[in-house]
Write a protein that binds this ligand. Structure first.
Ligand SMILES: *Cc1c(COP(=O)(O)O)cnc(C)c1O
Length: 364
Protein backbone atom coordinates (compact mmCIF):
# COMPACT_ATOMS: atom_id res chain seq x y z
CA UNK A 1 0.00 0.00 0.00
CA UNK A 2 1.25 3.46 -0.87
CA UNK A 3 1.70 5.65 2.21
CA UNK A 4 0.57 9.26 1.91
CA UNK A 5 2.60 11.04 4.57
CA UNK A 6 0.82 14.09 6.03
CA UNK A 7 3.07 14.23 9.11
CA UNK A 8 3.41 17.73 10.58
CA UNK A 9 7.17 17.41 10.97
CA UNK A 10 9.48 15.62 10.51
CA UNK A 11 7.64 14.92 7.30
CA UNK A 12 7.68 13.49 3.79
CA UNK A 13 10.96 13.55 1.85
CA UNK A 14 11.34 13.04 -1.91
CA UNK A 15 11.80 9.35 -2.78
CA UNK A 16 14.81 10.15 -4.99
CA UNK A 17 16.53 11.93 -2.08
CA UNK A 18 16.20 8.82 0.08
CA UNK A 19 17.20 6.47 -2.73
CA UNK A 20 20.35 8.45 -3.35
CA UNK A 21 21.22 8.23 0.36
CA UNK A 22 20.62 4.48 0.21
CA UNK A 23 22.90 4.09 -2.81
CA UNK A 24 25.64 6.17 -1.22
CA UNK A 25 25.32 4.89 2.33
CA UNK A 26 28.22 2.44 2.26
CA UNK A 27 30.50 4.17 -0.22
CA UNK A 28 30.16 7.79 -1.22
CA UNK A 29 31.87 8.92 -4.41
CA UNK A 30 34.26 5.97 -4.51
CA UNK A 31 35.91 6.89 -1.19
CA UNK A 32 35.16 3.46 0.24
CA UNK A 33 33.47 4.93 3.33
CA UNK A 34 30.06 6.34 4.22
CA UNK A 35 29.16 10.03 4.40
CA UNK A 36 28.59 9.28 8.09
CA UNK A 37 32.29 8.53 8.50
CA UNK A 38 33.86 11.42 6.62
CA UNK A 39 35.65 14.30 8.31
CA UNK A 40 33.84 17.61 7.99
CA UNK A 41 37.20 19.23 7.20
CA UNK A 42 37.85 17.11 4.15
CA UNK A 43 37.07 17.50 0.44
CA UNK A 44 34.19 15.05 0.03
CA UNK A 45 32.09 16.59 2.78
CA UNK A 46 33.11 20.18 2.04
CA UNK A 47 31.85 19.84 -1.53
CA UNK A 48 28.48 18.52 -0.30
CA UNK A 49 28.26 21.30 2.30
CA UNK A 50 28.91 24.03 -0.28
CA UNK A 51 26.55 22.40 -2.76
CA UNK A 52 23.78 22.31 -0.14
CA UNK A 53 24.18 26.05 0.47
CA UNK A 54 24.34 26.82 -3.28
CA UNK A 55 21.25 24.71 -4.02
CA UNK A 56 19.33 26.39 -1.20
CA UNK A 57 20.31 29.80 -2.55
CA UNK A 58 19.13 28.82 -5.99
CA UNK A 59 15.91 27.11 -4.84
CA UNK A 60 14.85 29.79 -2.33
CA UNK A 61 15.99 32.60 -4.69
CA UNK A 62 18.09 34.19 -1.96
CA UNK A 63 19.99 37.29 -3.18
CA UNK A 64 23.69 37.87 -2.42
CA UNK A 65 22.68 40.47 0.17
CA UNK A 66 21.76 37.57 2.44
CA UNK A 67 23.86 34.83 4.02
CA UNK A 68 22.70 31.22 4.36
CA UNK A 69 23.80 29.57 7.61
CA UNK A 70 23.41 26.05 8.99
CA UNK A 71 22.90 25.72 12.71
CA UNK A 72 21.59 23.18 15.22
CA UNK A 73 19.02 23.53 18.01
CA UNK A 74 15.95 23.75 15.78
CA UNK A 75 13.61 26.64 15.13
CA UNK A 76 13.14 26.87 18.83
CA UNK A 77 16.73 27.74 19.61
CA UNK A 78 16.35 30.71 17.27
CA UNK A 79 13.66 32.08 19.62
CA UNK A 80 16.56 32.88 22.00
CA UNK A 81 19.30 33.39 19.40
CA UNK A 82 17.56 36.23 17.59
CA UNK A 83 17.11 38.59 20.57
CA UNK A 84 20.49 37.59 22.00
CA UNK A 85 22.21 38.76 18.82
CA UNK A 86 19.96 41.46 17.44
CA UNK A 87 18.71 43.30 20.55
CA UNK A 88 21.04 45.70 22.34
CA UNK A 89 20.62 47.10 25.85
CA UNK A 90 17.95 49.80 25.81
CA UNK A 91 16.44 48.63 22.52
CA UNK A 92 13.03 47.09 21.97
CA UNK A 93 11.66 44.55 19.48
CA UNK A 94 8.07 43.97 18.32
CA UNK A 95 6.44 40.53 18.27
CA UNK A 96 3.18 39.67 16.53
CA UNK A 97 1.45 36.79 18.28
CA UNK A 98 -0.45 34.57 15.86
CA UNK A 99 -0.12 31.13 17.40
CA UNK A 100 1.55 28.82 19.87
CA UNK A 101 5.02 29.04 18.33
CA UNK A 102 4.81 32.84 18.00
CA UNK A 103 3.90 33.03 21.67
CA UNK A 104 6.87 30.91 22.64
CA UNK A 105 9.18 33.05 20.52
CA UNK A 106 7.85 36.10 22.37
CA UNK A 107 8.22 34.51 25.81
CA UNK A 108 11.77 33.40 25.08
CA UNK A 109 12.60 36.92 23.85
CA UNK A 110 11.18 38.29 27.12
CA UNK A 111 13.62 36.10 29.06
CA UNK A 112 16.57 37.17 26.94
CA UNK A 113 15.67 40.86 27.00
CA UNK A 114 15.32 40.85 30.81
CA UNK A 115 18.83 39.44 30.94
CA UNK A 116 20.36 42.11 28.71
CA UNK A 117 18.38 45.19 29.75
CA UNK A 118 16.33 45.40 26.56
CA UNK A 119 12.60 44.95 26.06
CA UNK A 120 10.09 43.24 23.79
CA UNK A 121 6.58 44.40 22.93
CA UNK A 122 3.47 42.59 21.83
CA UNK A 123 2.67 44.53 18.66
CA UNK A 124 -0.53 42.57 18.06
CA UNK A 125 -2.26 39.32 18.89
CA UNK A 126 -5.22 37.45 17.47
CA UNK A 127 -5.67 35.17 20.47
CA UNK A 128 -9.28 34.55 21.48
CA UNK A 129 -9.93 32.04 24.29
CA UNK A 130 -6.52 30.46 23.81
CA UNK A 131 -7.01 29.97 20.05
CA UNK A 132 -5.82 31.80 16.97
CA UNK A 133 -8.02 31.70 13.89
CA UNK A 134 -6.63 34.53 11.83
CA UNK A 135 -3.72 36.82 10.96
CA UNK A 136 -4.12 40.47 12.05
CA UNK A 137 -4.67 43.25 9.52
CA UNK A 138 -2.03 45.93 9.34
CA UNK A 139 -4.31 48.51 11.01
CA UNK A 140 -4.66 46.26 14.05
CA UNK A 141 -0.92 46.26 14.71
CA UNK A 142 0.60 48.80 17.06
CA UNK A 143 4.15 48.94 15.73
CA UNK A 144 7.01 50.79 17.38
CA UNK A 145 8.73 52.94 14.71
CA UNK A 146 12.03 52.48 16.57
CA UNK A 147 11.78 48.71 16.98
CA UNK A 148 15.06 46.84 16.44
CA UNK A 149 13.01 44.32 14.42
CA UNK A 150 9.47 42.99 13.99
CA UNK A 151 9.06 39.25 14.53
CA UNK A 152 6.35 37.30 12.71
CA UNK A 153 5.58 33.60 12.25
CA UNK A 154 4.88 33.29 8.54
CA UNK A 155 2.84 30.10 8.97
CA UNK A 156 1.18 28.94 12.16
CA UNK A 157 1.63 25.19 12.03
CA UNK A 158 -0.75 24.26 14.85
CA UNK A 159 -3.69 26.60 14.11
CA UNK A 160 -3.39 26.50 10.31
CA UNK A 161 -3.08 30.21 9.55
CA UNK A 162 -0.58 31.94 7.26
CA UNK A 163 0.49 35.50 6.52
CA UNK A 164 -0.56 36.49 2.99
CA UNK A 165 0.56 40.11 3.49
CA UNK A 166 3.36 41.69 5.53
CA UNK A 167 3.30 44.29 8.32
CA UNK A 168 3.99 47.81 7.09
CA UNK A 169 7.19 48.81 8.85
CA UNK A 170 10.64 50.15 8.11
CA UNK A 171 12.18 47.87 10.73
CA UNK A 172 13.73 44.62 9.48
CA UNK A 173 11.32 41.71 9.63
CA UNK A 174 12.44 38.58 11.42
CA UNK A 175 10.44 35.52 10.44
CA UNK A 176 9.96 32.06 11.83
CA UNK A 177 9.30 30.32 8.50
CA UNK A 178 9.72 26.79 9.90
CA UNK A 179 6.60 25.44 8.27
CA UNK A 180 6.31 27.31 4.96
CA UNK A 181 9.87 28.03 3.80
CA UNK A 182 10.33 26.56 0.35
CA UNK A 183 6.62 26.48 -0.45
CA UNK A 184 6.35 30.08 -1.69
CA UNK A 185 8.53 32.93 -2.86
CA UNK A 186 9.62 35.59 -0.37
CA UNK A 187 10.35 39.28 -0.73
CA UNK A 188 13.88 39.03 0.69
CA UNK A 189 14.31 42.83 0.76
CA UNK A 190 11.88 42.96 3.66
CA UNK A 191 13.58 40.34 5.78
CA UNK A 192 16.51 40.91 8.12
CA UNK A 193 16.52 37.29 9.17
CA UNK A 194 14.49 34.16 8.45
CA UNK A 195 14.86 30.84 10.23
CA UNK A 196 13.45 27.35 9.82
CA UNK A 197 14.20 23.87 11.09
CA UNK A 198 14.80 21.78 7.94
CA UNK A 199 12.47 18.97 8.99
CA UNK A 200 9.23 20.28 7.51
CA UNK A 201 10.09 21.39 3.99
CA UNK A 202 13.79 21.08 3.28
CA UNK A 203 15.14 17.83 4.70
CA UNK A 204 15.39 15.82 7.91
CA UNK A 205 15.59 16.99 11.54
CA UNK A 206 18.92 18.09 12.94
CA UNK A 207 19.78 21.19 10.96
CA UNK A 208 18.29 24.69 11.06
CA UNK A 209 18.51 27.01 8.09
CA UNK A 210 19.08 30.70 8.93
CA UNK A 211 19.02 33.30 6.17
CA UNK A 212 20.20 36.71 7.31
CA UNK A 213 20.89 40.03 5.63
CA UNK A 214 24.67 40.35 5.77
CA UNK A 215 24.91 44.02 6.78
CA UNK A 216 22.24 43.66 9.47
CA UNK A 217 23.74 40.48 10.91
CA UNK A 218 27.10 42.25 11.19
CA UNK A 219 25.46 44.83 13.46
CA UNK A 220 24.64 42.01 15.88
CA UNK A 221 26.31 41.80 19.27
CA UNK A 222 29.93 40.65 19.41
CA UNK A 223 30.27 40.73 23.21
CA UNK A 224 28.49 37.41 23.73
CA UNK A 225 30.09 33.94 23.60
CA UNK A 226 31.33 33.21 20.08
CA UNK A 227 29.26 30.03 19.74
CA UNK A 228 26.13 32.19 20.20
CA UNK A 229 27.03 34.72 17.50
CA UNK A 230 25.51 34.50 14.03
CA UNK A 231 28.57 36.14 12.54
CA UNK A 232 30.81 33.33 13.80
CA UNK A 233 28.73 30.82 11.85
CA UNK A 234 28.68 33.07 8.79
CA UNK A 235 32.42 33.75 8.81
CA UNK A 236 33.25 30.05 9.11
CA UNK A 237 30.75 29.10 6.36
CA UNK A 238 28.82 27.17 9.02
CA UNK A 239 31.90 25.09 9.83
CA UNK A 240 32.66 26.69 13.21
CA UNK A 241 32.39 23.27 14.81
CA UNK A 242 31.28 19.87 13.52
CA UNK A 243 28.02 20.47 11.65
CA UNK A 244 25.24 17.85 11.46
CA UNK A 245 26.80 16.33 8.34
CA UNK A 246 24.15 13.75 7.55
CA UNK A 247 21.27 16.21 7.94
CA UNK A 248 23.03 18.68 5.63
CA UNK A 249 23.75 15.88 3.16
CA UNK A 250 20.00 15.08 3.14
CA UNK A 251 19.14 18.77 2.65
CA UNK A 252 21.40 18.66 -0.40
CA UNK A 253 19.57 15.59 -1.77
CA UNK A 254 16.12 17.05 -0.97
CA UNK A 255 16.64 20.50 -2.46
CA UNK A 256 18.27 19.00 -5.53
CA UNK A 257 15.07 17.03 -6.09
CA UNK A 258 12.79 20.04 -5.44
CA UNK A 259 14.77 21.88 -8.13
CA UNK A 260 14.33 18.92 -10.47
CA UNK A 261 10.57 19.14 -9.89
CA UNK A 262 10.68 22.62 -11.40
CA UNK A 263 11.99 24.77 -8.56
CA UNK A 264 10.18 27.18 -6.30
CA UNK A 265 7.69 28.57 -8.82
CA UNK A 266 6.49 25.04 -9.67
CA UNK A 267 6.36 23.99 -5.99
CA UNK A 268 4.49 27.18 -5.09
CA UNK A 269 1.91 26.53 -7.79
CA UNK A 270 1.60 22.93 -6.66
CA UNK A 271 1.24 24.11 -3.07
CA UNK A 272 -1.71 26.33 -4.05
CA UNK A 273 -3.31 23.47 -5.97
CA UNK A 274 -2.85 20.94 -3.17
CA UNK A 275 -4.43 23.30 -0.64
CA UNK A 276 -7.30 24.19 -2.96
CA UNK A 277 -8.23 20.54 -3.44
CA UNK A 278 -8.62 20.02 0.30
CA UNK A 279 -10.36 23.34 1.06
CA UNK A 280 -12.75 22.73 -1.84
CA UNK A 281 -13.98 19.55 -0.19
CA UNK A 282 -14.27 21.28 3.20
CA UNK A 283 -16.28 24.12 1.65
CA UNK A 284 -18.48 21.72 -0.37
CA UNK A 285 -19.65 19.97 2.80
CA UNK A 286 -20.17 22.85 5.26
CA UNK A 287 -22.53 20.78 7.42
CA UNK A 288 -19.91 18.09 7.80
CA UNK A 289 -16.44 19.67 7.68
CA UNK A 290 -15.79 22.83 9.66
CA UNK A 291 -12.70 24.96 9.08
CA UNK A 292 -12.17 27.26 12.08
CA UNK A 293 -9.76 29.57 10.24
CA UNK A 294 -10.88 32.83 8.61
CA UNK A 295 -10.70 32.40 4.81
CA UNK A 296 -8.16 35.21 4.16
CA UNK A 297 -5.82 33.69 6.76
CA UNK A 298 -5.98 30.07 5.61
CA UNK A 299 -2.68 28.23 5.49
CA UNK A 300 -1.68 26.41 2.32
CA UNK A 301 0.56 24.04 4.23
CA UNK A 302 -1.32 23.08 7.41
CA UNK A 303 -5.02 22.59 6.81
CA UNK A 304 -6.98 22.32 10.01
CA UNK A 305 -10.58 21.12 10.18
CA UNK A 306 -13.17 19.49 12.42
CA UNK A 307 -15.89 16.91 11.87
CA UNK A 308 -19.34 17.07 13.53
CA UNK A 309 -18.27 14.91 16.50
CA UNK A 310 -15.07 13.60 18.06
CA UNK A 311 -16.41 10.11 17.47
CA UNK A 312 -16.53 10.81 13.71
CA UNK A 313 -13.03 12.31 13.86
CA UNK A 314 -11.75 9.07 15.38
CA UNK A 315 -13.47 7.05 12.68
CA UNK A 316 -12.10 9.39 10.00
CA UNK A 317 -8.54 8.95 11.28
CA UNK A 318 -8.76 5.18 11.52
CA UNK A 319 -10.31 4.75 8.07
CA UNK A 320 -7.74 7.16 6.65
CA UNK A 321 -4.95 5.08 8.18
CA UNK A 322 -6.34 1.90 6.64
CA UNK A 323 -6.01 3.60 3.26
CA UNK A 324 -2.45 4.75 3.82
CA UNK A 325 -3.09 8.34 4.91
CA UNK A 326 -0.95 9.00 7.97
CA UNK A 327 -0.13 11.97 10.20
CA UNK A 328 -3.59 13.56 10.04
CA UNK A 329 -4.31 13.93 13.74
CA UNK A 330 -4.54 17.56 14.87
CA UNK A 331 -2.00 18.90 17.37
CA UNK A 332 -2.65 17.53 20.84
CA UNK A 333 -3.41 21.05 22.15
CA UNK A 334 -6.28 21.68 19.70
CA UNK A 335 -7.55 18.26 18.54
CA UNK A 336 -9.41 17.77 15.26
CA UNK A 337 -7.71 16.98 11.96
CA UNK A 338 -4.67 18.60 10.36
CA UNK A 339 -3.34 17.80 6.90
CA UNK A 340 0.23 19.04 6.43
CA UNK A 341 1.07 19.59 2.78
CA UNK A 342 4.76 20.43 2.82
CA UNK A 343 7.02 20.98 -0.18
CA UNK A 344 7.87 17.31 -0.79
CA UNK A 345 4.30 16.01 -0.49
CA UNK A 346 3.19 15.21 -4.03
CA UNK A 347 -0.03 16.47 -5.56
CA UNK A 348 -1.32 12.91 -6.00
CA UNK A 349 -1.35 12.53 -2.22
CA UNK A 350 -3.49 15.65 -1.72
CA UNK A 351 -5.74 14.51 -4.56
CA UNK A 352 -6.18 11.10 -2.95
CA UNK A 353 -6.95 12.66 0.43
CA UNK A 354 -9.52 15.05 -1.09
CA UNK A 355 -11.19 12.05 -2.75
CA UNK A 356 -11.26 10.12 0.54
CA UNK A 357 -12.70 13.16 2.37
CA UNK A 358 -15.45 13.54 -0.15
CA UNK A 359 -16.41 9.85 0.07
CA UNK A 360 -16.26 9.94 3.87
CA UNK A 361 -18.56 12.95 4.04
CA UNK A 362 -21.05 11.35 1.63
CA UNK A 363 -20.94 8.08 3.57
CA UNK A 364 -21.69 9.74 6.91
C1 LIG B 1 7.93 23.14 14.10
C2 LIG B 1 7.99 24.57 14.42
C3 LIG B 1 8.89 25.10 15.38
C4 LIG B 1 9.78 24.22 16.22
O1 LIG B 1 10.85 23.80 15.52
P1 LIG B 1 12.00 22.89 16.19
O2 LIG B 1 12.93 22.73 15.05
O3 LIG B 1 11.35 21.63 16.66
O4 LIG B 1 12.59 23.68 17.31
C5 LIG B 1 8.94 26.46 15.54
N1 LIG B 1 8.14 27.28 14.85
C6 LIG B 1 7.26 26.82 13.95
C7 LIG B 1 6.39 27.78 13.20
C8 LIG B 1 7.16 25.45 13.72
O5 LIG B 1 6.28 24.99 12.81
Amino acid sequence: MRIHNFNPGPSALPLAAKERAQREMLDIEGTGISILEHSHRERTYEAIHREAIALLRSYLQVPETHEIIFMQGGGRMQFAFVPLNMLKPGQSADYVITGAWAKQAYEEAQRVSALIGASVRKAGSTEVDGRFNRIPRNEELVLDPNAAYVHITTNNTIFGTQWHWLPETNAPLVADASSDIGTRSMDWKRFGLVYAGAQKNLGPAGVTVVIARKDWMREGRSDIPQIFQYRAYAESESLLNTPPVFAIYMVRNTVQELLAWGGLSAIEKESEEKARMIYDVIDSFPDFYRAPVEKESRSRVNIVFRLPTEELEKRFLSQAKERGFIGLKGHRSVGGIRASLYAALRKESAEALADFMEKFAKGH
